[in-house]
Design a protein around this ligand. Structure first.
Ligand SMILES: Nc1ncnc2c1ncn2[C@@H]1O[C@H](COP(=O)(O)OP(=O)(O)OP(=O)(O)O)[C@@H](O)[C@H]1O
Ligand SMILES: [Mg+2]
Length: 390
């Protein structure tokens, strides 16, 4: 492993000294510069000195008395040095700060007081991920599926969207985070491991261990199965962030079934997602619930990413799609037709709708996958035609 150069930004003198000793103690990284104040603008002397040091990693210590200053510094450093990683150091019992640090662009959130082992593991993960990115391309996208209320169709949408993405692009994973996971039943697979096993083993997770926790479906879709007894999976925010960091390094698309889950976990996953699909039916109770869920997720910053999926859709005279959007407080992304017999038979037999090609529902989910990856496909085409003309 090549030696990593590290800049430490910490306002507290003692913490700065401790971090330097710990970094140099990992023997895979070396402190090249330390700063006692946070950079606040691209042109200020602190930012200039950090840029001049050209570090592989900048450690930013988030002070308990002024987190926003450190969070702004993380954002600035990521903007100014997109190829250099930022690790945030802070208190693990402040989930919102962890989420904000990750959203600002921190790659890792490391607990204070920090140990050499914590830092060493984070440096190893960074080097391994960089190696994979060099080999396999950029990080994947997360699509979360939530329901407005129980039974709205979140699992049906998540399973068939994941199958559609797998069939169109490959390298897709489905992660079942429902309190009692149904995805394995929909896919008719028998998982040996579940999300709980993966989160219990995060401290030693690498790509081959991640793969061993997945259950492969016949078409290649990889399922990280949910709980098969009603149990709260409640890993810490930092553990979830780490798990999803692994998943997006490994898979191009990660679909998450968040059926009937309204907690810190669903808010965190919504924050990490490219798009949150809020599945609701076009009745008053469902749309009322959808508006509440939208508001709940919106409180932690996911508002603009939440899009409405109207399930069991059929035209009702006097009720327009605009009415549904207004009632739910979210823009309409897709409609899934009401076909009770086809959907319930698919679930009962374990033959997902996407496997019954040439049906209206299979076309519907293929269309949804296409809509969500429209820009990705464009990028791919552009790159290909560029290659052809060279
Ligand atoms: N498009 C549809 N047309 C008709 N019936 C549907 C449709 N989608 C789902 N259903 C029915 O609704 C039931 C619930 O679907 P599903 O399990 O996907 O919902 P969920 O939101 O994940 O529920 P849970 O709260 O149990 O997690 C299914 O058993 C199926 O019979
Ligand atoms: Mg479900």
């Amino acid at each position: 492993m090549p030696e990593l150069s590290v800049v430490i930004v910490a306002a507290d003198n003692e913490q700065r000294t401790v971090l330097q000793v710990l970094v140099d103690g990992t023997s895979v990284a070396r402190t090249v510069h330390t700063c006692a104040s946070f950079p606040v603008a691209a042109t200020d002397p602190v930012a200039r000195r950090v840029r001049a040091a050209n570090p592989d990693v900048t450690l930013v210590d988030i002070p308990a008395d002024n987190p926003p200053l450190a969070l702004r510094a993380i954002e600035l450093l990521r903007q100014e040095m997109p190829d250099s990683a930022v690790f945030a150091i802070g208190n693990l019992n402040q989930p919102q700060i962890i989420v904000n640090a990750m959203r600002a662009g921190a790659r890792e959130f490391i607990e204070r007081p920090t140990t050499t082992t914590d830092l060493l593991e984070a440096f190893v993960r960074l080097t391994a991920a960089q190696r994979r990115v060099r080999q396999e391309g950029p990080r994947g996208k997360v699509f979360a599926v939530v329901n407005a209320k129980g039974g709205s169709g979140a699992t049906t949408v998540a399973v068939n969207l994941a199958l559609a993405l797998q069939s169109a692009h490959g390298q897709t994973a489905l992660v079942d985070l429902a309190p009692l996971g149904h995805a394995a039943l929909h896919l008719n697979v028998k998982p040996v491991f579940s999300v709980a096993d993966a989160t219990r083993n995060l401290h030693r997770m690498d790509s081959s261990l991640l793969e061993s926790f997945m259950t492969r479906h016949s078409g290649g879709l990889q399922l990280m199965a949910g709980a098969n007894v009603p149990a709260a999976i409640d890993p810490s925010t930092a553990e979830f962030v780490r798990l999803f960091d692994m998943l997006v390094t490994h898979y191009r698309y990660v679909v998450v079934d968040l059926s009937t889950r309204f907690d810190a976990c669903s808010r965190l996953i919504a924050n990490l997602s490219e798009c949150v699909l809020l599945v609701a039916c076009a009745d008053v109770a469902s749309l009322w619930s959808a508006a509440r869920v939208q508001q709940y997720l919106g409180e932690t910053g996911s508002r603009e990413r939440v899009r409405l999926v109207l399930n069991r859709f059929r035209k009702v005279p006097g009720f327009s799609e605009a009415d549904a959007e207004t009632a739910a407080g979210a823009k309409l992304l897709w409609r899934v037709p009401n076909q009770y017999f086809a959907v319930s038979t698919a679930i009962d037999r374990g033959t997902p709708l996407m496997e019954q090609s040439h049906t209206e529902l299979a076309r519907c989910f293929a269309g949804l996958a296409n809509e969500l990856t429209r820009n990705d496909a464009d990028t791919k085409r552009a790159a290909w035609s560029l290659f052809k003309t060279v």
